[in-house]
Design a protein around this ligand. Structure first.
Ligand code: ANZ
Ligand code: ZN
Length: 861
């Protein structure tokens, strides 16, 4: 018999499947239910890594299982192909972003094919291809028409040496440029935004519909949206003739009687107007200083809060008190109204600020049960942030603070001091990038007409080809006069193209829609088709996309639904976030102040030492990465063991959501199992052809045991693939069945054939090549992947037999073997038909039958 040789059979089957178009989704709807299985598409960096392999294998198993179950399945793949690395490669190596990207895509496509993933390659999309981004541009124009795209000034990173805008990824931790090393400055530029804040409430509410999403992801999204319910209150400025007032946003109107001061963000436009001459110099210096601190540092709880008084005074309309107006670093201009009422007694940051600058601290809420007129001593040490009973708050004294919150908002509205307000942390989506390798924003700036959308007939606005990449100066697009200068589509005057390109998150916010109709050159997708295939039934990807990608995709879906382009409002019905693949990692801690990572290729695992110094080093598992030298290349692993073993291993080693340790010994173990299956089947095929098939003296008991093993495997594997995707335990079930077959003594019986065929069919989604090969060797002419999924026979599942006692008038007359799960009626029937009953009951009149399941049947005569 032939040895298992994955290197020979895997490419063979991959080719056969492609020739027979086994994995193509049907173009037309048919009566079968649809199933859309999708993995998050990769960035074409050049090489597939193990994280990809794991992600795609999980989805592939589900897709293959669903096909066998009789679904029409859409399982596509594509490339998230715009983005900075291609441009950097062009700058560094004299290639072009396009060349580099398409070369990488070709390389990764062939690596994907080696894994045996059942993709419909007819639907492949690359976001950087004009036939794709034409529709990205069209979608942008839909947003523009819906008033959901607009321009405003925003801050960008500016490299003063290279004279160019930098993406956040191009700025290191010390705030320096990746190329020039210059200290990066902030600059204001007019940029494009999408109005995602219009959908904040819906994006939050509809998380409740996503019952098959991980709770963790939904919580992350909810926090990102960050809804706060409170009020906007107005504090008039003294001596402005009540003309000017400062609006603050607060979630705690119940603390308004305890306000000690008002704080503006240093960027607030009122700052210049109200600062007194005595304070002008101090304020100006402070504003300049804060301009260079990051938002993170400004708001961190553990950083000291700093500020200066403006010299101006505000009035608290609730108390009539005069309070100072400050500016401080911890108040952000972009959130709420950019101004805060300071209540040191009840807010942690305000407390720290008041301590620092010796501002008054007035408690207006005390814990429930506090004696009237008393302020507990313990309070004075910190801010009291809980709810409680109102004190020092005029008419509100004595009521509980949540009720007071509502009443104070009512009072403010009645008096014109403010109103209730809901605030979201989510901000509008800045989509402008001053880069070349992205989707051009399809508008033209005309001196007469202003912003003019490019007419649909002129799409796509293609990226120009002959561009120079130096990494210096304006974006390559902005420098290309011949591309920038165009006549206005409306009036014909000399006008200029927009030179910003779109954030690549836009490209990935609709690719799952395009897959439904990827080759359409008339529209982004046919209405019928997109609404047939979508929503995605199972989406699988990394938790690193839990917030932005998923939120943006949900936003796109809702906007397109509101424009009548889609008829569903959530794109991903069910989400699985797979864990990381970890590699054995070697580290020599603290070499000249830094941990030194030592590539595993340079280390003997039995005695790990630093190859440079000979020192013993640490060994542990952590996420595979280039910088740690702990990765295992899929290509090499497949060359050694074959794709089927790699697939089985990544699925078996850990449940899909958990991290997985790449342990060579366990890969070997999986390889041995795959080999065992190979031998089991090939030996059977051989024995069958050498000895004439005979089925003499079937071993009743043995058959029953084997049948039970077969149908238990069918039942368990089906459940594991249906519920929470317990793919690891599914493989354990396959191993059990394989053991049962090995133990079977009747290797020539019909039941044995059922056993090996069932094993192969259950294993087909996991190890598609070897199973199709062995299936063919068993004499089948049609691919195993076209076979229907198996259904368990409940009868075969019956656990075991029990001994049933038969009594007549309470007297023991004998016993028989019956199936363990039999109910009362069945037990009675078994008993009546038994020779014992026939003997003792002959000619008797049965008055009553008492059946006790699992125990006895008593005939009363
Ligand atoms: C007075 C107050 C008293 C506050 C109190 C809290 C506790 P979230 O929940 O995150 O929305 N705030 C408002 N705008 C701000 C800004 N632009 N920069 C920094 N802080 C700002 O937080 C809302 C609270 O954060 C608001 O409620 C305000 O402080 C502060 F016992 O107002 B609070
Ligand atoms: Zn014009």
């Amino acid at each position: 018999e032939a040895k298992y040789n994955p290197q020979q059979i895997e490419p063979k089957w991959q080719q056969i499947w492609a020739e027979h178009k086994l994995d193509d989704a049907p173009e037309q709807e048919d009566s079968r239910p649809k199933f859309y299985a999708l993995s998050m598409f990769p960035y074409p960096s050049g090489d597939l890594h193990m994280g990809h392999v794991r992600n795609y294998t999980i989805t592939d198993v589900i897709a293959r299982f669903k096909r066998m179950q009789g679904y029409r399945v859409l399982h596509p793949m594509g490339w998230d192909a715009f983005g900075l690395p291609a441009e950097n490669a062009a700058i560094d190596r004299g290639t072009t972003p396009s060349e580099w990207t398409f070369k990488n895509m070709a390389q990764m496509r062939s690596q994907l094919q080696q894994v045996g993933l059942s993709y419909d390659w007819n639907r492949e999309v690359a976001t950087c291809a004009p036939d794709y981004y034409r529709w990205t541009q069209w979608l942008f124009l839909q947003f523009l028409k819906a008033d959901l795209a607009y321009q405003k000034e925003a801050t960008v990173n500016w490299d003063p040496i290279d004279q160019t805008v930098l993406a956040n990824e191009q700025v290191d931790n010390e705030g320096k440029s990746w190329r020039s090393g210059a200290k990066v400055e902030k600059r204001k530029l007019r940029q494009w935004f999408l109005k995602i804040t219009d959908y904040a409430e819906q994006l939050l509410q509809d998380l409740d519909k996503l019952t098959d999403w991980p709770e963790r992801v939904k919580t992350m999204q909810a926090n990102w949206i960050g809804k706060s319910v409170g009020a906007e209150l107005s504090f008039p400025i003294l001596n402005s003739g009540n003309q000017e007032a400062i609006a603050v946003f607060t979630t705690r109107p119940d603390t308004v009687y305890g306000v000690s001061y008002v704080v503006l963000a240093p960027e607030h436009p009122l700052v210049n107007q109200i600062t007194t001459p005595e304070q002008a110099a101090t304020v100006e210096a402070f504003v300049a200083e804060v301009a260079n601190i990051s938002e993170m540092d400004r708001t961190a709880e553990d950083k000291p809060k700093r500020g200066v008084p403006t010299g101006a005074i505000a009035i608290n309309p609730f108390t009539g008190n005069q309070i100072p107006i400050w500016i401080a670093d911890y108040v952000l201009f972009e959130y709420g109204t950019g101004a805060v009422m300071g209540v040191p007694a009840h807010d942690v940051r305000d407390f720290a600020f008041a301590k620092q600058y010796d501002l008054p601290i007035q408690y207006v809420i005390v814990p429930n049960g506090t004696a009237a007129g008393e302020i507990p001593k313990s309070l004075s040490q910190s801010a009291y942030t809980e709810s409680g009973v109102m004190v020092n708050s005029g008419d509100f004294d004595g009521i509980d603070s949540p009720t007071a919150k509502t009443k104070i908002i009512e009072l403010a509205e009645a008096q014109g001091w403010g109103k209730g307000r809901v605030q979201y942390r989510l901000r509008d989506w800045l989509i402008s990038r001053q880069r070349y390798w992205g989707c051009p924003i399809p508008v033209i700036h005309c001196p007469h007409c202003g912003v003019v959308p490019v007419p649909d007939r002129d799409l796509p606005i293609e990226l120009p080809q002959n561009v120079e990449f130096t990494g210096r100066g304006a974006s390559p697009l902005a420098k290309l006069e011949s591309w920038v200068n165009v006549p206005c589509p409306t009036c014909g005057t000399a006008a200029k193209r927009e030179t910003d390109t779109m954030d690549t998150f836009i490209d990935s916010s609709w690719y799952f829609l395009r897959f439904s109709d990827a080759q359409n050159s008339d529209t982004a997708f046919d209405f019928q088709k997109v609404n047939d295939w979508l929503p995605v039934d199972q989406y699988v990807g990394g938790v690193e996309h839990a917030i932005l990608h998923l939120l943006y995709s949900r936003f796109f879906t809702k906007v397109l639904r509101d424009r009548g382009i889609l008829n569903f409002d959530e794109p991903f019905k069910r989400l699985l976030t797979q864990g990381m693949v970890q590699g054995l990692t070697y580290m020599n801690p603290n070499k000249s102040g830094k941990d030194k990572w030592i590539p595993s290729a340079l280390v003997d695992p039995k005695d790990p030492r630093d190859p440079d110094t000979g020192e013993a080093i640490q060994a542990f598992y952590t996420t595979m990465s280039k910088s740690k030298g702990n990765g295992v290349a899929p290509k090499q692993a497949i060359a050694k063991y074959g794709a089927d073993t790699i697939r089985m291993f990544t699925l078996f080693k850990a449940p899909p959501e958990k991290d997985l340790e790449w342990d060579e010994a366990d890969v070997e173990g999986q390889f041995r199992f795959v080999n065992r299956v190979w031998r089991l089947v090939t030996e059977f095929v051989e024995s069958r052809s050498s000895s004439s098939p005979q089925n003499n003296s079937p071993d009743e008991k043995g058959n029953r045991v084997l049948r039970r093993a077969i149908h238990t495997a069918i039942k368990e594997v089906t459940e594991d693939l249906t519920g929470d995707y317990q793919l690891n335990t599914a493989i354990s079930e396959l191993m059990k069945l394989s053991n049962a077959l090995q133990d079977s003594k009747e290797k020539n019986s019909a039941i044995y054939v059922e056993g090996i065929e069932s094993l192969l069919r259950l294993m087909a989604p996991f190890a598609p090549h070897i199973t199709d090969e062995l299936w063919a060797q068993l004499g089948h002419s049609e691919s195993i992947h076209l076979q229907p999924w198996l259904e368990p026979d409940p009868e075969a599942l019956v656990v075991d037999e029990i001994t049933l006692v038969i009594q007549v008038n309470g007297k023991l007359r004998g016993n028989i073997q019956v199936p363990a799960g039999a109910d009362k009626a069945a037990l009675e029937a078994y008993a009546r038909n038994s020779p014992i009953a026939q003997k003792y009951l002959e000619g008797k009149d049965i008055k009553k039958v008492i059946a006790v399941p699992g125990k006895l049947v008593n005939f009363v005569v």
